[in-house]
Design a protein around this ligand. Structure first.
Ligand code: GLN
Length: 239
């Protein structure tokens, strides 16, 4: 029996919890997908295809245990309200401050922005960007495009935009990875990655793979500092 009855759901093929039975998960990075609203299931499928262990994050105290966090697409106002109501804001900000990688797609980009152009209160303020919601127009103006993203190689990425935001302005620490009509639609600042589009709805794993590079780097850093700590504890014991 799991907390959320996941064994009865269509996504029961995914590891419902980190300790997925029958899988060697001891060394696999643990990536949580915020599962308050939106397309968290599609992100999990993508990430598990890339060999990491995923979980649906519905409790704020789970955030500190992660090696990476994804904030999915959906409805940013709803996700923002639920993050506030369930006490996610401080734990996510603390996770990022400790170097934890966070990737936000579409509504996730809005959640991570320092400023929302429409004047809505910022949610996590983890990336120095101004995000404009529904920037390309209403639902009917949703579109797909082959996008050049040099950081992902020469082959363009088929990008799906659904009532997507764009990056109206970016601070000097932000690297714009792709643009449409002169506006940033993918960006990175340290280990925070955002896309205005939805790679999780395609078969192209390259954006998630880029995110996982940061996740693996974070894991390596953490295990190095853990071994330094245990070495100094041992020294204290010996001396
Ligand atoms: N337009 C939505 C919002 O402002 C985001 C849409 C999406 O995530 N596909 O929240």
């Amino acid at each position: 029996m799991t907390c959320f009855g996941l064994q009865h759901r269509r996504d029961a093929i995914l590891s419902p919890e980190f300790a997925a039975p029958g899988r060697n998960v001891a060394d696999a990075p643990r990536v949580g997908v915020l599962a308050l609203q939106g397309d968290f299931r599609e992100h999990r499928i993508m990430l598990e295809r890339l060999g990491v262990v995923t979980s649906e994050v519905r409790r704020a105290d789970a955030v500190a245990e992660l090696d990476g966090l994804v904030i999915p697409g959906g409805e940013s106002t709803t996700i923002g309200k639920l993050m506030l109501a369930y006490g996610f804001v401080d734990p996510i900000r603390a996770f990022a401050a400790a170097g934890g990688p966070v990737y936000g797609s579409c509504a996730g980009l809005i959640a991570l922005a320092q400023t929302i152009a429409e004047g809505d209160p910022p949610q996590l303020s983890l990336m120095d960007i101004v995000a404009r919601r529904n920037a390309f127009g209403r639902q009917i103006r949703s579109f797909e495009a082959d996008l050049a993203i040099p950081a992902l190689g020469d082959r363009p990425l088929r990008a799906i935009f659904i009532r997507a935001p764009w990056i109206e302005h970016a601070g000097s620490q932000v690297e714009i990875l792709a643009s449409v009509e002169g506006h940033g639609v993918a960006a990175r600042q340290g280990r925070i990655l955002v896309t205005a589009f939805h790679p999780e709805l395609t078969d192209d794993t390259r954006v998630h793979a880029l995110f996982l590079d940061s996740v693996r780097e974070f894991c390596r850093e953490r295990s190095m500092s853990a071994s330094v700590e245990s070495a100094s504890v041992n020294e204290e014991v010996v001396s």
